[in-house]
Design a protein around this ligand. Sequence first.
Ligand code: PLP
Ligand code: COI
Length: 354
Amino acid sequence: MSDKLAIKVTKAAHSKLPNVDFENLPFGKTFSDHMLIGTYADGAWKDFEIVPFGDISLSPAISALHYGQTFFEGLKAYRHDDGKISVFRPDKNAKRFNISAERMCMPTLPEEMFIESIAKLVDIDRDWVPSKEGYTMYIRPFMFATDPYLGVAPSTTYKFMVLVCPTGAYFSKNLNVKIETEYTRSAEGGFGYAKAAGNYAGSLFPGKKASEKGFDQILWTDAKTHEYVEEMGAANAMFVINGKLVTPSTRDTILDGVTRDSIITLAKSWGMEVEERRVAVAEVLEAIENGTCTDAFGAGTAATIASVAEMYHNGKTYVLPDPSKSEFANKMRKALDDIKYGRVEDTRGWNYMI
Ligand code: PLP
Ligand code: COI
């Protein structure tokens, strides 16, 4: 960690840490003592500050609230067995942050400012990084438009903020997934590849309908035909078919996941064949039926590797082999954790030490 960016720090008078039950940390509900906030105005980023976590005051007319000019990132910090703390591949999130910014017509943030902001906040709240196996500190950077103007136009002022929360697993069980044939998450020419808030807002209603029918997640399909796999909930969809790792190639409807990239890199390093291409729903279902699909999972920062137990499509349920016995997903989970928790040498420079 370097200290190039001037960040003013105002410490919280009292830490909430003694009141936190580290044995019980549902995802995204417990926030640390501090948060970071920076301002974009007059064409420049300025006034980066770490302040006590708390409410902020904003005009009710800000365009983020009315037109959704806002997006976010998600990454995690890990406590190694020797107490050191690292953040996993923040350079990838910094790049994707700016891809989202550009698509949402918002200012980019120099990558080193993104990384320094996160590093400083995690360092100040380093006692909040859990040490229990399977627990991490989730880091949520986000940007939103703050012009108090009701015209539909790009804002000229913005806030960049970072929150951190100690957290347990996002999913507690293997997933029962509905292959979506009515709604879509994103369409060609849209902004599915950006981590824009609107992508998630639009997924809530189909998600609620699926949940009411007993499904845990939606496997999103392409907007035009619903015949090709896109993503799995808020994670990338990946399969092992005939011993090959198969995943939809990224394009404008799909978020280019850091977990997906890490899994592809490791699988290739093991000599496994990897196919990034269009993946037909029919191909996956046939492979489940004839036993050649041995793994299906969602890959994401919050989701980690979330294995699928069952898939439902047009009135029929397809049962995957028992995920607890999956050779690939279990080996990959361990390989990724070994790197993130510093249990093996980090040969690719994926751990950013705090
Ligand atoms: N796809 C969507 C829509 C997501 O929200 C996420 C989560 O961030 C991912 C994929 C996985 O991306 P990553 O592995 O970078 O977290
Ligand atoms: C993440 O994995 O960081 C995500 O963005 C998922 C989130 C929407 C809970």
